[in-house]
Design a protein around this ligand. Structure first.
Ligand code: GUN
Length: 288
């Protein structure tokens, strides 16, 4: 039987409309317009696309969008000075520095310079520590979007076997903490994991975040499992065109899984919706 397709696009649109309602209420009741500052250093093509759509959706939900585009050769000191200015600006409630940064910058130092209460990416070491110890944190947007889809689809996840494939700071590690928070039995697989297919076959919940097109095969999936595909990989298609595929072999996996997210239209739209939700949260907290 074919899997239920989890519609991230529709879910994200619903979140954005609820965020928009609350933004309007915050304006009417308290005279506050949430503001999100996005900083892009250099001209990475994929980052340009993300930053443009973040800016558009920020404005669509009624928030203020501040875009800072800096040249590739910007010094780390100049970027830190901009972050200090944004930290001090009361109109800015959320700050996002688009990654990856150019190689001459220390990304950890840059991220940790952001005021943790404005860290809508949830990458600052204080937010990482809060999440890791089960305390109230600003949670990274992609894993948060994955969790929301899992909750919506599965409800209680307590006692389920979950596997996160990929150990990045942006997705894999925070995802594992969130699933632990749901009382799942959590494994993290990565490039050195032995017999990865067998490890994945045990899982009721699979979150794939490796960045390798169609790496996870249909026969790795336990029948009935819920599969969340974080991968967005551009591959060659017929006629010299390109198309996006996930980390999971979707056509094969959908024949086995109970539910699966598509690429595109799954996790991607949820990430931006969660960024807007985090910005709203930051603005509400700033207002006491
Ligand atoms: N680059 C790829 N994903 C992300 C993200 O979620 N946040 C930031 N800041 N940069 C990214």
């Amino acid at each position: 039987m074919s899997a239920t397709i989890i519609d991230g696009k529709a879910f994200a649109a619903d979140i954005r409309s609820r965020v928009a309602e609350q933004v309007a209420a915050l304006k009417t009741d308290h005279g506050i317009t949430p503001g999100l500052a996005v900083v892009l250093v250099g001209s990475d093509a994929a980052s340009e696309v993300y930053v443009r759509s973040k800016g558009r959706m920020t404005v669509e939900v009624g928030m203020e969008s501040f875009e800072h585009r800096l040249p590739e050769e910007t010094s780390e000191a100049d970027l830190l000075a901009l972050i200090a200015q944004l930290n001090a600006d009361p109109a800015v409630h959320g700050i996002l520095v688009q990654l990856p940064l150019p190689g001459h910058m220390n990304s950890d130092a840059v991220i940790n310079a952001i005021d943790p209460t404005k860290d809508v990416d949830g990458f600052h070491i204080s937010n990482v520590g809060l999440l890791g110890t089960g305390q109230k944190a600003m949670v990274p947007c992609t894993p948060l979007g994955c969790l929301m889809m899992l909750r919506e689809h599965l409800g209680d996840m307590s006692g389920k076997e979950a596997i996160v494939i990929g150990r990045s700071n942006i997705v894999g590690k925070p995802m594992a903490h969130l699933l632990l928070g749901e009382s799942c039995t959590v494994s993290i697989a990565h490039s050195r994991t032995k017999d990865i297919a067998d490890v994945v076959r045990r899982a009721d919940i699979v979150v794939a975040a490796v960045g390798r097109p169609k790496m996870i095969k249909g026969d790795w999936i336990k029948p009935g499992a819920t599969v969340i595909d974080v991968g967005i990989n551009r591959v060659e298609a017929e006629g010299g065109k390109t198309r996006l595929v996930g980390d999971v072999d979707f056509d094969a996996a959908r024949e086995v899984a109970g539910a699966i997210t598509p690429v595109p239209g799954g996790v991607g739209p949820m990430t931006i919706a969660c960024l807007l939700a985090n910005t709203l949260t930051a603005a509400c907290r700033a207002n006491g």
